[in-house]
Design a protein around this ligand. Structure first.
Ligand code: KG4
Ligand code: ZN
Length: 335
């Protein structure tokens, strides 16, 4: 059978990315131009700044992805692009570029849900992975526990009622003056700290599949304020480790509970927070006695990238789920 070549574009947040894939799961190129340095000085992503930077970068990033893959536009069978969720201006840059390419090359356009992309990163990493399985999607904007019933077919079991897990990492890091993005910084600091030093709350740990991280965030902020008021030393490593332990214990417990109760033997982690070393360790450790296998993408595929968008787009394409030129960006797109 003839190979299917996908050109994918991602621009939902602060990474301008393009990738070329063969048959959905083989990466021929994966170019990521990150804007992290640009947004660092603001302590978070500034939407207007992000859109303008995407616009500056998109053409070169797509060209680089083609060059690295040794491909021409004429080799591409279809385009895949993120159309939500994300920041509307940022999404529009990648999607409009994708639409223009699909139109001029006269090839199909496939709009991809960014969250579905994160899940699909696991298909690239683990060539034998097939639905059904449970996925724990943990990123800056999302915390979802989902049954993957088939390619492109999902059932949400639970989600956060307030902050996303990555957002909690970012907010706590900001409160401690550690910089942006907070997740990787806290992950690193926590390695030097005592995770049992401070007992922070684990909301809903034995209750259902929903999550809540705003109470934990307030508890950490209250702890920091109380220490400052009393002029007591704050051991940032201990705060980082204790906070991180509270997050990963809730995430791991609920994901395992879902797999056991719903009868699945595989859990795939997805999204930026899936890079977290404590989460990977804890859930793997807890799953051993349960006979449940934990899978996660390599670090480069956990962060925002276009290869994962191309993989999700490929499965939509071969299943006939394509879009026309009226496709618009949907900032609050649901999975
Ligand atoms: O998936 P992603 O790159 O973008 C979104 O779709 O949101 O996730 C970014 C989030 C940020 O909140 C960042 O702090 C978090 O993932 N993150 C981490 C780690 N690396 C990135 N959180 C905890 N530990 C990490 N090692
Ligand atoms: Zn993401």
């Amino acid at each position: 059978m003839k190979d299917i070549i996908t050109l994918a574009i991602e621009s939902s947040c602060d990474e301008t990315a393009a990738s070329v894939l063969r048959n959905g799961r083989e990466i021929l190129s994966n170019v990521i131009s990150t804007q992290i340095e640009l947004h660092k000085k603001f302590g978070g992503v500034v939407p207007e700044v992000a859109s303008r930077k995407h616009l500056e970068n998109i053409d070169a990033v797509v060209q680089e992805a083609l060059d690295e893959a040794n491909m021409q536009f004429s080799d591409i069978d279809h385009i895949a692009a993120t159309y939500g969720p994300g920041m509307v201006g940022a999404l529009l840059v990648g999607l409009s570029h994708a639409k223009a390419l699909a139109y001029t090359l006269d090839i199909p356009l496939v709009g991809v849900n960014h969250i579905e992309g994160h899940v699909s990163a696991n298909y690239i990493e683990h060539k034998d992975l097939k639905p059904p399985f449970i996925t724990l999607i943990v990123s800056g904007g999302h915390t979802h526990l989902v049954e993957v019933k088939d390619y492109g077919e999902y059932e949400i079991l639970g989600k956060t009622r307030d902050d996303a897990s990555g957002e909690a990492f970012d907010k706590i890091a900001r409160a401690m003056g550690l910089g942006y993005p907070g997740g990787p910084i806290i992950d690193k600091l926590a390695k030097e700290g005592n995770k049992h030093a401070i007992e922070f709350p684990r909301a809903y740990i034995d209750e259902g599949y929903d999550f809540s991280f705003s109470g934990l965030k307030s508890a950490v902020l209250n702890y920091l304020n109380a220490k400052k008021m009393k002029n007591e030393e704050i051991v940032v490593e201990d705060v980082a480790a204790s906070f991180q332990e509270a997050v990963v214990e809730v995430l791991s417990t609920k994901a395992l509970k879902a797999a056991k109760e719903k009868g699945y033997s595989t859990i795939a982690l997805a999204g930026g927070v899936a890079s977290n070393s404590a989460l990977r360790e804890k859930i793997t450790e807890m799953s051993k006695s349960e006979g449940i296998e934990i899978k996660y993408p390599s670090l480069i595929l956990c962060t925002d990238n276009a290869a994962m968008i191309g993989c999700a787009g490929y499965y939509n394409f071969i299943n006939g789920r394509i879009h026309d030129m009226s496709l618009n960006a949907v900032p609050n797109l649901k999975i």
